[in-house]
Design a protein around this ligand. Structure first.
Ligand SMILES: C[S@@+](CC[C@H](N)C(=O)[O-])C[C@H]1O[C@@H](n2cnc3c(N)ncnc32)[C@H](O)[C@@H]1O
Length: 348
């Protein structure tokens, strides 16, 4: 297939990823996040998600190799995949010379109910790097207070907090009732999950590639976090919608950067998002943070790493209380966020 679109950063292209990436120069992406169709018969607008095993396997080899070619030698490569092809993706990664750093399991709430077997409630996320010794991993951007701080009130806990486990259960699937739901794509990933990956494995100004852009979650999150992006999707309609979503994300970032809080509870939107994510990671109540001093202190330090700003401890508690009142905060369990409502899943 001929390549018609010249290589350009901060662009979303309508194309077949393999053909486009192989026609472009190599070694420009700092981070790749790929969430391909899982070959389970899901309905997309132009792509048919049910191929014979060999065909899907060969296609997986082709797009993984095309992404690897696009990556800088110190780049990172995350791949989301279902049970059906997880083993294959792991082996193809090895054959391509990638190093597996983590085999992450994203355990989500609000999976689709099944009738005759256990309901699907997880996705595998492979975290590969090209170079086992030279890659970006911004651990300080991910840390949160540990149980030493939050449960045992122990001042000996690492003041910088701890890193998340490789089982991620902080991110419910994006359901119909969620504010962030774009609504026109059934496989939308949560922005919080992408934010964790983008913060961990790239720096501001670096380039994030998503070869299966879908609803544009990766690209919108990258823009909000000050990264550059390249997105590809085979669907003209998805690309059009994605471009609008990314434009909105750019407006959020611009607003957040020039936002000067007029009063204590008036935070830039991106700081508010970072606070909610840190609270979700920490998994304790606002009351615990208010009363347990080592937890509160560590929480504020972690927030400083994520926002670049030092917030006063009492201001952080007051902001959390305000968000809890506005029902923006996940109150203890993810269930409560959605008031127990269910919505139609995509079966992935
Ligand atoms: C699982 S969805 C990605 C969802 C995305 N992570 C999100 O959060 O919205 C997979 C996407 O891959 C696209 N796709 C399928 N085959 C493709 C190809 N050969 N090249 C580019 N995109 C393709 C589909 O149109 C679909 O939007």
């Amino acid at each position: 297939m001929a390549v018609e679109q010249a290589f350009e950063v901060d662009a979303i292209c309508q194309a077949d990823s393999v053909a486009l990436l192989n026609g472009w120069p190599g070694e420009w992406a700092d981070l790749v996040f790929a969430d391909p169709p899982f070959n389970i018969g899901y309905s997309y607008d132009v792509y048919k998600d049910k191929k014979p095993y060999d065909e899907y396997y060969r296609w997986t080899e082709a797009w993984m190799a095309a992404c690897k070619r696009a990556m800088k030698p110190n780049g990172s490569f995350y791949i989301a995949i279902g049970d059906e092809y997880a083993a294959e993706v792991r082996i193809i990664g090895q054959k391509l010379g990638l190093t597996l750093r983590n085999w992450i399991v994203w355990h989500y709430t609000f999976g689709q109910n099944t009738q005759a077997k256990f309901s699907r409630s997880h996705v595998h996320i492979f975290y590969f790097v090209c170079d086992a010794k030279d890659h970006t991993f911004n651990d300080e951007q991910l840390r949160f207070p540990s149980a030493r701080h939050t449960v045992y009130n122990d001042k000996r806990g690492n003041p910088l907090g701890r890193l998340p486990d490789d089982t991620w259960n902080e991110f419910p699937r994006v359901c119909g009732t969620f504010k962030e739901r774009a609504g026109w794509h059934g496989c939308q990933m949560p922005e919080g999950l992408l934010a964790r990956i983008i913060r961990a494995s790239s720096n501001e100004g670096e380039v994030v590639l998503d070869p299966f852009a879908g609803s544009g979650t990766t690209l919108a999150t990258a823009v909000k976090l000050g990264r550059r992006y390249v997105g590809i999707d085979i669907s003209p309609e998805y690309v059009k919608q994605c471009q609008a979503r990314v434009k909105e994300a750019a407006a959020v970032r611009a607003g957040s950067l020039k936002h000067e809080p007029a009063e204590e509870l008036d935070w830039p939107v991106l700081h508010e998002e970072a606070l909610v994510q840190l609270y979700r990671d920490t998994k304790v109540s606002v009351e615990s943070l208010e009363t347990i001093e080592p937890a509160r202190r560590c929480f504020v330090l972690c927030l400083k790493e994520r926002t670049g700003k030092v917030y006063d401890e009492q201001a952080v508690i007051a902001k959390l209380q305000q968000l809890a009142q506005r029902a923006v905060l996940p109150p203890g369990t993810a269930m409560a966020r959605n008031n127990g409502k269910t919505s139609k899943g995509n079966g992935r």
